[in-house]
Write a protein that binds this ligand. Structure first.
Ligand SMILES: Nc1ncnc2c1ncn2[C@@H]1O[C@H](COP(=O)(O)OP(=O)(O)OP(=O)(O)O)[C@@H](O)[C@H]1O
Length: 231
């Protein structure tokens, strides 16, 4: 399980996270909802090691992650699908997937077949450049690339952003499959309430750097959730 405790994060004098605590359990989908600029990406940067915490802790299965570089966290089993996908535009789809080999032992350096069962379009486009794919295809590629690293927890930053509804469905199905088939933990941040409510087991709502509401997805109080998401 991933645990964030009392996390504070600053950009210079500006504070983006204020005493954030949350858990993402194995075999569960945990969703952090919030409007633009409330600190969702900052939270994921703190989890993946892209930005240090000013105070507080990030722990994964009893290993304290504070101070570990992003590649060391990838080796611990943290897979990251960043906002905007960050596909390498001049590398082919196959080469983009192979960048996920970096944290793996030699015997594990292969592309698992289930990536292509989940996202058949990636197989048909293996030789195409990443930059030639549509936004939705790039999102599938970014999830595939993270799956190559054999993560124990998959961390996704707004996977539905700028994606058409049919591909949002495919992505939701893939995330559910990963939870159910591997028992991995999934932590995703989103602005899209309905996607979270359908997909998540547990939901946190963030506002201005703080967790302001939390609960099981099925008991999410929709008017209150919407209030935090629209104010
Ligand atoms: N590199 C940075 N330098 C300074 N301020 C930053 C930086 N990155 C983010 N911020 C500020 O920190 C706050 C939280 O930003 P963050 O990106 O975590 O929010 P978010 O909820 O992920 O929003 P979005 O949906 O727009 O990505 C915002 O006020 C933002 O302007």
């Amino acid at each position: 399980m991933l645990t964030v405790e009392n996390a504070n994060l600053h950009y210079g004098a500006a504070q983006a996270l204020r005493g954030v605590s949350l858990k993402a359990e194995m075999g569960k989908i945990t969703c952090v909802l919030g409007r633009n600029g409330v600190g969702k990406s900052s939270l994921l940067r703190a989890v993946t090691g892209q930005h240090p915490l000013s105070s507080g802790t990030v722990t994964f299965n009893d290993t304290r992650l504070n101070g570990l570089a992003p590649y060391a966290r990838a080796k611990q089993g943290i897979g990251y699908v960043p906002q905007g996908r960050e596909i390498f535009p001049l590398l082919t789809v196959k080469e983009n997937l192979e960048t996920g080999f970096a944290p793996l032992k030699r015997r594990d350096k292969n592309i698992p077949d289930d990536i292509f069962s989940l996202f058949p379009v990636l197989q048909t486009m293996l030789g195409r450049r990443g930059g030639d794919l549509s936004g939705g295809q790039q999102q599938q590629l970014a999830i595939g690339r993270a799956m190559v690293t054999r993560p124990k927890i998959l961390v996704l930053d707004e996977p539905t952003e700028g994606i058409q509804p049919s591909i949002i469905k495919d992505i939701g199905r893939a995330i559910r499959y990963l939870r159910d088939s591997t028992g991995m933990a999934i932590l995703l941040v989103e602005q899209y309430l309905d996607f979270c409510r359908e997909l998540a087991d547990y939901v946190y709502i963030m506002d201005r750097g703080e967790i302001v509401h939390e609960g099981l997805a099925e008991t999410l109080d929709t008017p209150e959730a919407r209030r935090h998401l629209t104010v």
